[in-house]
Structure formats: structure tokens, C-alpha cells
Design a protein around this ligand. Structure first.
Ligand code: PAF
Length: 283
């Protein structure tokens, strides 16, 4: 398996692949790879000759210093997992912060037609500027035909589609279904940091989302939201940061239900100091 630590070598390698008419899939990650990532990579391998997996904990998208410091970094086991998927057709790009940012570790401001002001944008200042900065740079380095993103970060997926459209980046962005543990918890690199009692409690998030979906069939968005807030108010271990029912096109909170629109429920919860997000399609 080829592992590149600097962009110059990767760019030359990608040039050679392209002149060989190979198609390139791309799965950007922050490492601590799990079966959710594996499912994106497997999809990439089905649809492309080669898949580039980037492993880079991007400092500019963290609004919380502690979260950045504690974010799991497990390059060796990540590479092992990738080798189990394919020894031959996966390329790893695991750059240093310097390789990406030089001495200027800053994000650039991005405008995504208002998508950036909702949910994660409200609660994590500057997060989507950091995501836009890194994803745009990675797209410029890797130059993939297709790029794969999980729907767990649904807002991120929408924002990256917008980024590609606005900056006319020639890549097809493909959203992939949320990959869940058997007990329903959405796979996340942060799950590895959950202490056993919090890990045991965490499937309550998806269980609540599923019930909220059922309730949304007959009740208003406001009353479903109140019901969810009450569920978490009574919970000993999980703290609700937000629960929002939003229009999937604008990500704006729904005021009134309509048969013509598609809605999704989004949730962010703290399990101790670990922030977990999830979402579910409602109609
Ligand atoms: O979803 C992630 O892991 C990150 O936000 C991404 C897309 C790799 C950018 O750092």
C-alpha cells in the first residue's frame, strides 16, 4: 500500500495514474478509521480504479481546543484496516499540518448560501470555514473523479456539494448512508473515547430519533421537538445540545409541515465531554 506524507509526491503519483486513464475515488477522513469509513472506501473501490484515503486531523475545523487535542490519532491501526480492505488499490495520504498549511494554520471564510449558519454552524464557530478550507485543498491535491462523504455529517455533505458547485470543482460528491453499530449508534471516530456507561447510553440517541420520526407522522414539528427535549431532560447521562427538524434543502428549522418538502431531524448530544451527532430522514 502506498502511503504519502507529502503532497508533492502524491501529486506526481496522481499525475501518473491520470495519464494511465485510471479513475480516482476519494475518501477524506480524520483517521481513527471504523466500519463507517470502510463502507465509504468499499463503495469508492466499486466505482473507481483507485481510492485515495486522506488521514488528517484538520486543526482549523475544531472550535474546541480540547476536542482537537483528544481527537484519536491511530495511523498504524488505520493502515491495518485499509490493508484488510485492499492492499493494492488504496493510496493513503497522511500529511503533516505543515504540508497542508505551511506556517499559516488558518481557514479561509466560505459562504454556502446560508447553509453555514444553521445547526453545526451555530454551535461550532468557524467549523465550516475549516472544513471548506481543508476539503478544497485536498480536492486540489488529489483531483478525484468522485468523493464520498457519510450522511452522519449531513450538513457537511450539503456544504461540500455547495462548495463544489460554487468553486466549479470537477468532482462528483456522493453521499453515503449512515453506518450504525448493531445497537444503532452512528459510527464515529469519537465513539472510541466513550467510557463504558456512556457508550451503553449512547444508542438512546438513535432510538429517540426513530420515535421522533414516528411522531412526526401525526404531530407538529414543535411538539415532536418538545417531546425529544423532555426525553433528554430526564436522561441521567446524555445532554441534548440541539434537536431540530429542518427542510433538507435549506436546513432551516421547519415552522410548518408540508407534503411538498422533505424534512430531516438533526440532533447533537453530549455524552460527558464527547459530542455526538446524528440525523434521520422523516418523510
Ligand atoms: O468528516 C470528516 O472527517 C472531516 O470533516 C473531513 C471531511 C475529513 C475534513 O477534515
Amino acid at each position: 500500500m502506498r502511503i504519502f506524507k507529502n503532497k508533492t509526491d502524491l501529486i506526481a503519483y496522481v499525475d501518473a495514474l491520470k495519464s494511465d486513464n485510471k479513475t480516482l475515488g476519494f475518501v477524506p477522513t480524520m483517521g481513527a478509521l471504523h466500519q463507517g469509513h470502510a463502507s465509504l472506501i468499499r463503495k469508492g473501490l466499486q466505482q473507481n480504479d483507485v481510492v485515495v484515503v486522506s488521514i488528517f486531523v484538520n486543526p482549523t475545523q475544531f472550535d474546541n481546543k480540547d476536542d482537537l487535542i483528544k481527537y484519536p490519532r491511530t495511523l498504524d491501526s488505520d493502515v491495518e484496516l485499509l490493508k484488510e480492505i485492499s492492499e493494492d488499490n488504496i493510496i493513503v495520504y497522511a500529511p503533516t499540518v505543515y504540508d497542508i498549511y505551511g506556517n499559516d494554520v488558518k481557514s479561509t471564510p466560505f459562504v454556502y448560501d446560508g447553509l453555514e449558519h444553521e445547526m453545526e454552524g451555530k454551535f461550532r464557530t468557524g467549523h465550516f470555514d475549516g472544513v471548506g478550507t481543508i476539503v478544497k485543498r485536498l480536492f486540489e491535491i488529489v483531483r478525484p473523479d468522485k468523493a464520498y462523504f457519510g450522511e452522519k455529517d449531513f450538513q457537511q455533505l450539503m456544504i461540500i456539494k455547495k462548495l463544489v458547485e460554487k468553486h466549479r470543482i470537477p468532482v462528483e460528491v456522493i453521499g453515503c448512508e449512515i453506518y450504525r453499530a448493531k445497537d444503532g449508534l452512528a459510527m464515529s471516530s469519537r465513539n472510541t473515547r466513550l467510557q463504558p456507561d456512556y457508550r451503553k447510553a449512547a444508542p438512546f440517541i438513535y432510538k429517540t430519533l426513530k420515535t421522533a420520526k414516528l411522531k412526526f407522522g401525526t404531530k407538529s414539528a414543535t411538539s415532536v421537538s418538545e417531546w425529544v427535549e423532555n426525553q433528554f431532560a430526564e436522561h441521567d447521562l446524555l445532554d441534548l445540545e440541539y434537536f431540530i427538524i429542518a427542510d433538507v434543502d435549506t436546513l432551516k428549522t421547519v415552522k410548518r409541515k408540508s407534503n411538498k418538502k422533505t424534512f430531516r431531524a438533526f440532533i447533537a448530544v453530549y455524552a460527558d465531554d464527547i459530542r455526538l451527532i446524528d440525523n434521520i430522514a422523516l418523510n
